[in-house]
Design a protein around this ligand. Structure first.
Ligand code: ADE
Length: 277
């Protein structure tokens, strides 16, 4: 279904970024029906067998996803090097886009984050956890269309338990992780909701870095012992900051679900539009 031959893929010079295991290049893919579409091609750096297995895992995961706010997998090519061919989001990651477009209205940012909540509600309903939701992994097709990407750390939750329990601590994005992930290595949709709050903070602060120079231990002290939270970004509307604070409740049962977030964000979007913000 998703397997591609090497000759169907043409790589451009343009590099879209580099990740943990390799790089992402812009390219074109010729589909079976003859149409040519722009794509993003994730390629592995070397013949690392472990990395290849990771990428195949990501591909197998993405095969099950079908949502308008999630990057679509076009296919996978297992030739001289493994290539994961993805739908292209030409405007790139949300954090770098906002750093360069500080005139974007807060209503537009809320619209984008509403779309992210709807994509995450879909994942939640499928009982998947993303585990790496951050502004760098929200890609823009255009100013009004966001797609969630990077499923390299994503997992299905077990049927018996409603969470995924990590067996090893890897290279974790700790600044985006809820306390229960760091303490107990347990991940569920409510820990993705915490990450959504951090992503919302990044977006409303136009791509600022959360917790500045703080290290893992300092962040835990700040969040758990001192019960402090990231402060309200200067241009962030009060009702949007309220949402972040709800996402960052220590008790995960007090955090909203993605379905609730989708509703709240659509409501706030309409309020901001009316107020011209
Ligand atoms: N960077 C990583 N994946 C990408 C994609 N699908 N489109 C654009 N840039 C990307």
């Amino acid at each position: 279904m998703f397997s591609l031959e090497r000759r169907q893929i043409k790589l451009d010079q343009e590099n879209l970024g580099s990740g943990q295991f390799g790089s992402v290049a812009k390219g074109e893919c010729t589909l079976r029906n003859g149409s040519v579409i722009p794509v993003a091609v994730k390629t592995l750096k070397n013949e690392d067998i472990g990395a290849k297995e990771e990428m195949l895992k990501e591909a197998r995961f993405m095969m099950n996803l079908n949502h308008k706010h999630i990057i679509r997998m076009i296919g996978i090519c297992d030739a001289d090097c493994v290539m994961l061919v993805l739908e292209l989001a030409p405007k790139g990651p949300l954090n770098s886009f906002l750093k360069n477009n500080k005139d974007m209205k807060q209503s537009n940012i809320v619209e984008i984050m509403w779309q992210v909540a709807s994509g995450m509600a879909y994942l939640q309903q499928k009982k998947y956890v993303h585990r790496d939701l951050a502004a760098r992994n929200v890609l823009l097709v255009d100013e009004h269309t966001a797609k969630i990407s990077d499923f390299g750390m994503s997992k299905a939750m077990s049927r018996e338990q409603n969470y995924y329990e990590a067996q090893n601590a890897g290279k974790w994005p700790l600044k985006w992780y809820a306390p229960e992930c760091v303490y107990y290595w347990k991940f569920d949709s409510k820990s993705d909701v915490w990450s959504y709050g951090v992503t919302l903070w990044e977006a409303t602060s136009y791509g600022d870095k959360p917790y500045r120079k703080m290290k893992g231990q300092e962040i835990l002290r700040f969040l758990v012992e001192e019960n402090q939270r990231l402060s309200k970004p200067p241009r962030c509307p009060d009702e949007v900051y309220e949402i972040m604070l709800e996402c960052w409740k220590y008790d995960k049962n007090e955090r909203p679900t993605f379905i609730q977030l989708e509703t709240k964000m659509s409501y706030i979007f309409n309020c901001l539009l009316e107020r011209g913000e």
